[in-house]
Design a protein around this ligand. Structure first.
Ligand code: BDR
Ligand code: CA
Length: 307
């Protein structure tokens, strides 16, 4: 079984990504590390614990807290998208106790060393924890097998600024460190995640279980917001698509390209600049997802959550 760590800022779609990863039964999940991003570190950590409790895994999978702010910048929370609590009000009365006291950065280093060449890390949040781990233990770059990152937009507009996607925009300095680390990376950006749309009809196919009820509850707010901004009654499964790519790479078409991150511009900070024409003459560093089989992905999502 593939050994994985999930790095999250739970968040509605992070919650759905955790459901998909755990319910798939195809990962040995060593732990879930949390970071500040969509919401504060504490809320993201609590929400992660709640999702695991819903899955009956509160004692089976560790939740390890990480960075409470980006490397250099101030946090910027997306409560408009995820609600004040980060889960659109779902599971609001559930109590959880996160007692793990290890730090995410140390946990990532320790697991990467223990499982050299075997560890996949799926990151669906700003890349702060991963950048801190690389900075603290540079050898990790040859220990980690791969990173699957939900982040960036190489051909399409951003969702936080006209050019930048949220996870990269929040901590572009961290993204730069990670992108140039030499670890094999697959980038699952808005170019494909915007095509991974969950509709009310898909949600109705999940009815009849606690998980289905949770999906319905937490996506209500998310769909309302997506509708307001994009005019479509659906929501993009950004983070679940990254998990799905780690499960089955065949659902996307990728190209290995050179990608860098802008960190020094007023207008363009957080932009993922992709050198399609090779004008920088630099070695491609990232396997970029350019197409997705959306139907196959949604089918997989619904089937795994119903299993
Ligand atoms: C990403 O930003 C967050 O709001 C979501 O959880 C996802 O990880 C999409 O741009
Ligand atoms: Ca996220």
């Amino acid at each position: 079984m593939k050994k994985v760590i999930l790095d999250v800022d739970t968040g509605i779609d992070d919650a759905l990504a955790i459901l998909l990863a755990v319910k798939s039964g195809q990962f040995d999940i060593l732990g879930i590390t949390t970071t500040s991003g969509n919401i504060s570190l504490d809320k993201a950590t609590t929400n992660t614990g709640k999702v695991l409790k819903l899955l009956g895994k509160e004692n089976g999978i560790r939740v390890i807290k990480g960075a409470n702010q980006p490397l250099l910048r101030k946090p910027f929370f997306e409560e408009r998208v995820h609600g004040e609590d980060g889960l659109g009000g779902a599971l609001k009365d559930m109590e959880v106790d996160i007692s793990d006291t290890e730090n995410a950065c140390d946990f990532i280093i320790e697991q990467a060393e223990k499982y050299k060449g075997e560890l996949s890390i799926i990151l669906t949040a700003p890349l702060t924890n991963m950048a801190l781990a690389i900075r603290k233990q540079p050898k990790i770059t040859s220990w980690v097998k791969e990173l699957v990152i939900m982040g960036g937009a190489v051909k399409s507009p951003g969702n936080t600024t006209p050019l930048a996607e949220f996870n990269i925009y929040i901590d572009p300095e961290a993204a730069k460190i990670v992108f140039h680390s030499g670890i094999p990376i697959t980038l699952v950006g808005l170019d494909v995640t915007r095509k991974a749309l969950l509709t009310d009809e898909h949600i109705s196919q999940l009815e009849g279980s606690d998980i289905g009820a949770f999906v319905k509850d937490c996506t209500k707010h998310y769909i309302d917001r997506y509708h307001e901004v994009n005019g479509i009654r659906a929501c993009a499964l950004h983070d679940p698509l990254a998990v799905a790519v780690a499960l089955d790479r065949k659902i996307v078409a990728t190209e290995k390209l050179y990608v860098d991150v802008e960190t020094k511009s007023t207008l363009c900070d957080g932009q993922t600049v992709c050198d399609f024409k090779g004008v920088y003459n630099k070695e491609p560093n990232i396997e970029v997802c350019l197409e997705v089989n959306s139907d196959k992905f949604i089918e997989m999502f619904v089937q795994i959550l119903n299993s």
